[in-house]
Design a protein around this ligand. Structure first.
Ligand SMILES: [Cu+2]
Length: 252
């Protein structure tokens, strides 16, 4: 099922699995919503005030309480059971069998208000001499898992790749592994999904999925152009301005 008005078409290997869990939960909660609202309307009409009718006093119903406890329990256990496999696959990148062993390692560090991506270079190892960093540009090859060590320099951000069904908080002081494998080439948005300051709205980056040889060519070009291993530290002018405003608000 693909309802275009809900989420963009999946571009990662586990996207379809995430979507099926999403729709299972949507159907369950949707059905409960309809039942509850219908009952509400029926009760409002049926038990409305009428001249001479007296309210019935009750101490409750054991049967009703058992029913409305056991049914949600069964539903929740069903959701746990149905989502367990895909959840383990997506979220436990540090576990064996989750992020494939040959995944390309990248590092993404969030800060107000940008994403800095460290690429390992041809040796595919981070923290070596051929690393280079791009601001707000995430490039990955198609058909190969990418393992991202996600961190934050300042506040909590949320690394959100809607087309890939990836969303993970970036927490200062922690390195959280995230992985995905792209199934379509193209350009996709990277957004921050956590209100992280006044410039939050423009904390966006682009994710480019390349054909494998095209990725190698792009990387070689960056290295030939001398892309540095660190981004310039001074914040953009308008970022400094926005931070000043937010500090002013804090002290007020
Ligand atoms: Cu942010």
């Amino acid at each position: 099922m693909n309802w275009g008005w809900m989420m963009p078409e999946s571009a990662s290997t586990f996207g379809a699995g995430i979507d099926s869990i999403y729709y299972i939960i949507l159907w369950i909660t949707g059905a409960i919503f309809v039942l509850v609202e219908t009952a509400l309307i029926v009760f409002i009409i049926r038990y409305r005030h009428r001249e001479g009718r007296v309210a019935v006093h009750t101490h409750g119903s054991k049967k009703a309480e058992i029913v409305w406890t056991v049914i949600p329990l069964i539903l929740v256990l069903f959701i746990v059971y149905a989502s367990n496999d895909i959840w383990l696959q997506v979220k436990r990148a540090d576990q064996e069998g989750a992020a494939p062993a040959d995944a390309l390692p990248l590092r993404v560090v969030a800060k107000q208000f940008e994403w800095n991506v460290t690429y390992p270079g041809p040796d595919e190892e981070l923290d070596t001499g051929d690393d280079f960093v791009k601001r707000n540009q995430l490039h990955v090859p198609i058909g190969r898992a990418v393992r991202i060590d996600l961190g934050s320099e300042d506040v909590i951000h949320s690394f959100f790749l809607p087309d890939f069904r990836v969303k993970q908080d970036a927490v200062p002081g922690m390195t959280i592994p995230v992985w995905f494998e792209a199934t379509r080439t193209g350009e996709f948005p990277v957004a921050c999904a956590e209100l992280c300051g006044l410039g939050h709205y423009r904390m966006r980056a682009s994710l480019t999925v390349h054909e494998a040889d095209d990725f190698d060519r792009w990387q070689a070009e960056e290295l030939a152009a001398g892309t540095p291993a660190e981004v310039a530290d001074e914040p953009e002018a308008d970022t400094a301005e926005e931070n000043k405003v937010s500090e002013g608000e804090d002290s007020a």
